[in-house]
Design a protein around this ligand. Structure first.
Ligand SMILES: Cc1cc2nc3c(=O)[nH]c(=O)nc-3n(C[C@H](O)[C@H](O)[C@H](O)COP(=O)(O)O)c2cc1C
Length: 377
C-alpha cells in the first residue's frame, strides 16, 4: 500500500476553513513537508495546479506555486521519494511538457510520474483566453488521450507527427528522451475519466469514501482487463489522527465550524458550470444543494473540500487504513493533513508501525509510483 502526500502548494492546503489561520504556499513549507515525508518512509508527493482560487475570507487557493518548477526543486533536495507534477493540459503544450518531464526524469534519476489534469473549472482558463469553449467539458478526455499519445511518442521516439482537430505537430522533435518510464496519473472520476485511465494505463486517484472507492476500483480493474492495460486506484483522503478519538473528532468539529462559506460557494458555482454529470463536480454540486457544512467529515464535508477524512486515534486510523488496504484493487492513499509536518511525523512514528498493510515495506524497493498497478502491462 503506497502512501503519498498531496502537497500544500495552493494557499490553505485542502481545508476551506477559518479554523486554521490562512497560510501561503511557500518553498519552505513544501520542502519541509517533502523532507519529512521522505524521512517517514512515504512513497511520493504530488503537487496540484490551480490558476484561480476561490477567495472567501481565507483566500482559498488564491495563491498556487507552479507545479513543475516546484517538483524540480524538490527533486534536487531529496534522494528517494517519488515526485508527481501536474500538467493542466489546456495551459501547457504536450511538446513542452514532454521536455519538462525528460528534464525532471534526469534531475530525479527516474523518480517522476505525471498527473494529467483536463480542467473542469472554466473561469480558471477563460481568464487566460485558454478555454476551448463549453464543448470541451464533454471532450476533455478525448483531448487528454491525444495529449498522452503525443507525450509518449515524444518520450519513445524523440519526434512525432500528429494532426487532428486538437493538435498540429509536424515532425516535432523533442530530445533528450527520458531514461525511465514515466507513469501516468489521472484523477478523473467520471466514467469518461476512468475509461481514459484504462485506455492509457496508469493510476486513477479518486475522491470518495471507502465503499465508493471499492466500487470505483473494481470498475477500473474490469475496464483495465478489457483494454489489457495495467491500472490501479488510489484514494484521496484527509488524515486527522490524534491521541484519542475524541480529540480527533474535536479537530474535525472545529474545521467544520470554521467553514469558509464564501469560498465554498464560489467553488460550487464553478462546479455548476460543468456539464459532465458523473464526476467529481457532481459531488460538489450535490453539496451545494444540501446544507453547506452538513456532511459527515468521513463521507464528504465542504470544509474538507468534499474530500473524505479518516478520523480517530492512531489505533483507530490504522484500523481504517488496513480495512481499505484489504482491497487488492486499491494500490495506495494520497493524504492531506491539517498540520502538515507534525501530522506526517506522527503518522510515520505512531500510525505506520501499527499497519498490517506496511509490514515488510521497504521504501527503497517499494516506494515511488512505478509498479503500483495490479496486472503486468
Ligand atoms: C488527487 C487529485 C489531484 C487533482 N489535481 C488537480 C489539479 O491539480 N488541478 C485541477 O484543476 N484539478 C485537479 N483534480 C481534479 C481532477 O483532475 C478532475 O478534473 C476531477 O476529479 C473531475 O473529474 P472528471 O473530469 O472525471 O469529472 C485533482 C483531483 C484529485 C482527486
Amino acid at each position: 500500500m503506497k502512501f503519498g502526500v498531496f502537497l500544500p502548494n495552493g494557499s490553505n492546503g485542502y481545508l476551506i476553513t477559518k479554523a486554521i489561520p490562512p497560510y501561503l504556499p511557500t518553498w519552505e513549507l513544501n520542502r519541509d513537508v517533502t523532507l519529512e515525508a521522505e524521512r517517514q518512509g512515504l512513497d511520493f508527493v504530488l503537487s496540484m495546479m490551480k490558476f484561480r482560487g476561490f477567495g472567501g475570507e481565507t483566500g482559498f487557493w488564491d495563491a498556487c506555486m507552479e507545479s513543475f518548477t516546484l517538483m524540480a526543486s524538490l527533486a534536487a533536495v531529496t534522494d528517494r521519494i517519488g515526485l508527481v507534477p501536474t500538467t493542466t493540459i489546456l495551459a501547457l503544450h504536450p511538446a513542452y511538457v514532454a521536455r519538462m518531464m525528460a528534464t525532471l526524469d534526469d534531475v530525479s534519476d527516474g523518480r517522476a510520474a505525471l498527473n494529467i489534469v483536463t480542467g473542469w473549472n472554466k473561469p480558471e482558463y477563460k481568464q487566460m483566453g485558454l478555454w476551448r469553449g463549453d464543448a470541451y467539458y464533454e471532450q476533455r478526455y478525448e483531448y487528454a488521450l491525444e495529449y498522452v499519445q503525443i507525450l509518449r511518442a515524444l518520450w519513445r521516439e524523440g519526434r512525432v507527427t500528429h494532426k487532428s482537430p486538437f493538435f498540429d505537430l509536424e515532425d516535432c522533435s523533442c530530445l533528450p528522451t527520458p531514461e525511465h518510464e514515466i507513469p501516468i496519473i489521472s484523477a478523473g472520476q467520471s466514467n469518461a475519466g476512468r475509461r481514459f485511465v484504462a485506455q492509457v494505463g496508469g493510476h486513477n486517484f479518486v475522491m470518495a469514501p471507502p465503499e465508493r472507492v471499492h466500487a470505483l476500483a473494481a470498475d477500473l480493474d474490469s475496464l483495465g482487463a478489457e483494454t489489457g492495460q495495467d491500472v490501479a486506484t488510489y484514494a484521496l483522503l484527509h488524515l486527522v489522527a490524534e491521541e484519542t478519538d475524541a480529540k480527533a473528532e474535536q479537530v474535525c468539529a472545529d474545521i467544520v465550524a470554521g467553514g469558509d462559506i464564501g469560498a465554498i460557494q464560489t467553488m460550487i458555482a464553478s462546479a455548476q458550470l460543468d456539464t459532465v454529470e458523473d464526476g467529481t463536480t457532481e459531488q460538489l454540486r450535490r453539496s451545494g444543494a444540501q446544507e453547506l457544512l452538513g456532511g459527515d467529515a468521513e463521507e464528504a464535508n465542504m470544509a474538507f473540500m468534499g474530500i473524505p477524512a479518516i478520523v480517530g486515534s492512531y489505533e483507530t486510523v490504522a484500523r481504517k487504513i488496513d480495512a481499505l488496504a484489504t482491497d487488492p484493487n486499491v494500490a495506495g492513499i494520497l493524504f492531506s493533513w491539517p498540520d502538515w509536518v507534525s501530522g506526517i511525523r506522527r503518522f510515520g512514528e505512531r500510525v505506520i508501525p501499527l499497519l498490517e498493510c506496511r509490514r515488510g515495506w521497504d521504501p527503497e524497493r517499494d516506494g515511488g509510483l512505478r509498479g503500483a498497478g495490479r496486472r503486468p502491462a
